[in-house]
Design a protein around this ligand. Structure first.
Ligand code: FCB
Length: 453
């Protein structure tokens, strides 16, 4: 296969997963319940009542999964750590068996020549931090509660103490935007709150948690990243009302997270009737805490651009408009590879010298086909072309982690959306590499061969 992606020698190729989506073993070795165990047990919350109770059984099958990663020739593997395996109620005593699992995982990855890239929080908050029993250790409320940020920093210290000698770079949070909107504003994900704009404290407290944990990681001599879901926002027309709506959406989806992280201030949210203190949750000194430890890298999760028109409902200052005339994934997401180039060059233009090196921490698509997944190959190839074009335009991108290694539990969609390079039969747990697995393996090998010697 021709090596058409002219990326630098040290560019790192990886694949990504998350704990609740693959591990299963939810009652084993002292793991406490997370908000996803509770949410997925709620009738109607997840399609067909699916849960992550077994998922890919990765907790037991990780040696087989690492062998498959080795077969791909991955440089890095992005996974997440389940907080409730480490501290079953999110606070206090450490569960040694939970910590030992990630210890074994890290050693097995290193043995296979793969650099672990852990994410500390990928949406599976310990349930006790959301809704404690009456004698529980916290007031609950999950990320609506400022205290959760401090608990997160304590948890970060526990894992950094144990794994920091072997794991150089860490991602604090995964997609605080999606967690806030789906989990707290719309109720589509755990914890299932429907607070609309009153969900904003969940954004601020996640960012505060990032800042506090980043400090802890840096004290351990570790590199710090955060993974945001970012989207280039396109106005539906040149009509000023559509343009203003697009700016308002961009402020909420993208700048609400990247502005405080990179510029130390919140964007203008006046279109939402909200001031710079996000409705009162931002205290003096918080933005300093968020930025105290500069990022070593920005993780970018990219799936598609967003097209925005003037509002049709007075509750929000925008309406999402469909993107027509392009293919759509099995999930119904528009396939617009050049959106990745647009996003990356846009970040460079907006943040300039304040922008740290970028790693693509997720990109991929769900397909209906099983093993012959040509639509996935086309999706990945198009996005890697766009990535290479951004690099050629001077954007510093250091790595690419495709979502996902394995078919897995896709949140509210259950097992219906298959994002993996590897097919999983959820009845038998048999793993079968798809056509995209061989394609990605050859691409990685071609990159390394070109830069060898
Ligand atoms: C992202 C999530 C990831 C996965 C993909 C498809 O928003 O971070 O866990 O569900 O979407």
């Amino acid at each position: 296969m021709p090596d058409r992606y002219d990326l630098p020698a040290g560019f790192r190729w990886g694949a990504a997963t998350a704990a609740y989506q693959i591990e299963g073993a939810v009652d084993e070795d002292g793991r406490g319940p997370s908000i996803w165990d509770v949410f997925s047990a709620r009738p109607g919350a997840v399609r067909d009542g699916h849960t992550g109770a077994v998922a890919c059984d990765h907790y037991h099958r990780y040696p087989e999964d690492i062998a498959l990663m080795k077969g791909l020739g991955l440089d890095g593997y992005r996974f997440s750590i389940a907080w409730s395996r480490i501290q079953p109620t999110g606070v206090g005593p450490v569960n040694p068996a939970g910590l030992a699992f990630y210890d074994r995982l890290v050693d097995a990855l290193l043995e296979a020549g793969i650099t672990p890239l852990p994410t500390l929080f990928h949406w599976d908050l310990p349930q006790a931090l959301e809704a404690p029993s009456s004698s529980g250790p916290t007031a609950g409320g999950g990320w609506l509660n400022r205290d959760t940020a401090y608990r997160f920093a304590e948890y970060a210290a526990v894992v950094a103490d144990r794994l920091g000698d072997r794991v150089p770079a860490w991602i604090t949070l995964n997609e605080p935007f999606v967690h806030m909107v789906y989990g707290y504003a719309l109720g589509i994900h755990a914890p299932g709150r429907e607070l609309m704009l009153d969900a904003l404290p969940a954004a601020h407290h996640q960012l505060l948690a990032h800042g506090l944990a980043a400090d802890v990681l840096r004290e351990h001599g570790l590199q710090v990243l955060i993974a945001n879901n970012l989207t280039p926002v396109r106005p539906a027309s040149t009509d000023p009302a559509d343009v203003a709506a697009a700016q308002a959406y961009d402020a909420l989806h993208n700048r609400l997270f990247t502005d405080p992280l990179l510029l130390g201030r919140y964007p203008d949210l006046s279109a939402y009737g909200v001031g710079a203190d996000l409705g009162g949750c931002v205290r003096d000194g918080d933005l300093k805490l968020i930025t105290a430890t500069p990022l070593d890298g920005l993780g970018v999760n990219y799936y598609n651009p967003t097209r925005i028109a003037a509002p049709t409902d007075p509750a929000l200052p925008f309406t999402e408009a469909p993107i027509e005339g392009v293919p759509h994934t099995a999930f119904g997401w528009p396939v617009v590879p050049d959106g990745l180039r647009e996003l990356l060059t846009g970040l460079r233009d907006r943040y300039g010298a304040a922008l740290p090196p970028i790693t693509i921490t997720e990109n991929g698509c769900s397909t209906t086909s099983t093993l012959d997944d040509q639509p996935r190959i086309d999706y990945l190839a198009g996005h890697l072309d766009a990535l290479a074009a951004a690099v050629a335009e001077g954007v510093d991108v250091r790595g690419y982690y495709t979502w996902s290694l394995l078919d897995n539990f896709e949140w509210a969609e259950g097992y219906h959306q298959r994002f993996g390079l590897i097919h999983v039969d959820f009845e038998t747990q048999v793993r079968t590499p798809k056509a995209s697995y061989a394609w990605y393996r050859d691409l990685i090998a071609a990159h390394h061969a070109r830069h060898a010697g």
